[in-house]
Design a protein around this ligand. Structure first.
Ligand code: CTP
Length: 470
């Protein structure tokens, strides 16, 4: 495994990038409490990279009760939600919150999530050694400008390498989620995973079966939120993908033998994930699963090519089950992913009628996400003879949508200038199934532009329809 050839000389932390309140808090812990305190973990890594950390974690040799009494003396607000893991959170006047965690040593994770016991240690060195990767095990004190980098974290940031601190077999046994974290950091920063760590990932991949679906879901969510290419990492570490999503295994190396594809199903899937230009997890996840039904629907046609009739529906069914069993999603996330999969192969003609029908059936928000997946999927197809029949003209459809929205055109029941009450009054009838039939017929006729969306026109037509159906 070749390390990325980047040479950022002398990477240093820009102290001005650190919020004043973090520096004040560390200073107070040191001077008013006489304890040690350092920024640690992801924030130090990000500061060294010149990126803005999303949070700042502090570690200290003070115990949680010592931290609490210090914060009380200093009249800081705080909460103790994480106290069982040695964490007290200080709430600063500027609204920033900082987790202060007492130096901790190795722990076992029976449930793969929470340490079985919190094992406080006396030195920062012992705290750093139990962490996952060298790039995540650097501590920095912004008051004294002291940077503690015991395992070559800066060297690895320079080289672009993810490397376990201790023997990776031990590190992954301590917390198997680190296997997914290694992939995630490699994707996020475009780094390579060092050879020893890499071999251990493949050796220990089964340990991921002990990790809760919440934590696996979180990792996938984070991976996809970066909108960075996953193709290389998801190919090289496909055992990790196979362990977390076993249903995808039949897609590996499954040749499409079809004039519209140049990649096997799994490779195509990964190309589509990467071509989805979004940080929206649901779209990327749908891209990863959109063709999962292809292997089981493959038939050989008389033309000598493979066909995958009905694969979107089968992909939908397989995904329905696997997303329920293996991921923890909100109902909205679940439904959006599934609908994107189910409808990934539909086409929309570039006519007002067709676009209005699509808006009616799917809604604008869904279509916006669908365009991203559809374009990505289309971009990884081959179009022999430049046959555009298979392409959806997305720019033209967007143009038509804009036109429809600008003129406030009617494409859903709510937009009709008549409602159920109006119809009951007009026809002097009580609530019954006829009302729904009349409204839907009117809507279809308005969408088709056979009649205009005008109350009087609609009333006249409603009376006619009522006569026809009653
Ligand atoms: N850590 C670890 N092993 C884990 C999880 C976390 O050693 N399984 C340590 C690492 O030192 C990590 C720190 O705890 O840097 C904080 O973890 P977390 O907040 O999950 O990740 P970050 O490294 O901050 O990265 P990011 O938030 O950007 O994902």
């Amino acid at each position: 495994v070749e390390a990325r050839n980047i040479e950022k000389k002398n990477i240093k932390i820009d102290k001005n990038a650190i919020p004043n309140s973090a520096i004040t808090l560390i200073n107070d812990i040191m001077t008013k409490g006489s304890y040690e305190a350092y920024l640690v973990g992801g924030c130090v890594r990000d500061l060294l990279l010149g990126e803005t950390p999303h949070d700042y974690d502090i570690c200290s040799n003070a115990t949680p009760s010592q931290i609490i009494s210090l914060l009380k003396t200093l009249r800081y607000k705080y909460h103790t939600v994480g106290i069982e893991f040695g964490t007290v959170t200080a709430i600063m006047q500027d609204g920033n919150e900082y987790e202060i965690t007492t130096y901790r040593g190795e722990s076992t994770y029976t449930d793969g999530r929470h340490p079985d016991s919190v094992n406080f240690v006396s030195t920062i060195q012992k705290d750093l050694v139990r962490r996952d990767f060298t790039i995540n095990a650097i501590a920095y004190n912004p008051v004294t400008d002291n940077l503690i980098d015991l395992f070559g974290g800066r060297r690895d940031i320079n080289k672009g390498v993810i490397r376990s601190i201790q023997k990776p077999d031990i590190s992954f046994k301590d917390d198997a989620l680190r296997i997914m974290r290694a992939l995630r950091f490699a994707i996020k920063f475009g780094y390579v995973i060092d050879m020893t760590t890499s071999l251990a990932i493949n050796r220990n991949v089964d340990l991921l079966n002990n990790i809760s679906k919440e934590r696996i879901t979180e990792e996938y969510k984070k991976i996809f939120s970066y909108n960075k290419p996953v193709l290389q990492v998801f190919s090289q570490y496909r055992k990790v993908i196979a362990t977390t999503i076993p249903e995808i295994v039949p897609c590996f190396d499954f040749k499409q033998n079809n004039k519209y594809h140049k990649h096997d199903v799994y490779k195509h899937t990964l190309h589509v994930v990467d071509k989805c230009n979004t940080n929206k997890f649901e779209i990327k996840m749908a891209a990863l699963l959109h063709d999962i039904g292809k292997p089981s629907t493959c038939t050989l046609g008389d033309d000598g090519y493979c066909h995958f009739y009905g694969h979107p529906e089968v992909s939908y069914e397989i995904s329905q089950k696997l997303l329920k069993e293996r991921f923890r999603l909100t109902t909205e996330q679940y439904e959006l992913i599934l609908n994107l999969i189910r409808y990934h192969d539909i086409t929309i003609a570039t006519t007002r009628k067709s676009v209005k029908r699509a808006l009616n059936k799917h809604g604008l928000d869904f279509l916006k996400d669908w365009f991203i997946l559809k374009k990505a999927d289309a971009d990884d197809h081959v179009y022999p003879d430049n046959n555009w029949k298979y392409m959806v003209d997305i720019p033209k459809i967007k143009e038509i949508i804009q036109e429809i929205l600008d003129e406030n055109a009617c494409f859903k029941l709510k937009d009709l200038k008549i409602n159920g009450n109006d119809i009951m009054k007009l026809l002097n009838i009580k609530p019954c199934e006829h009302i729904g039939i009349i409204l839907n017929t009117l809507l279809n006729e308005v969408i088709d532009e056979d009649i205009i969306n005008d109350p009087n026109v609609l009333k006249t037509r409603a009376s006619e329809i009522y006569k026809e159906i009653s």
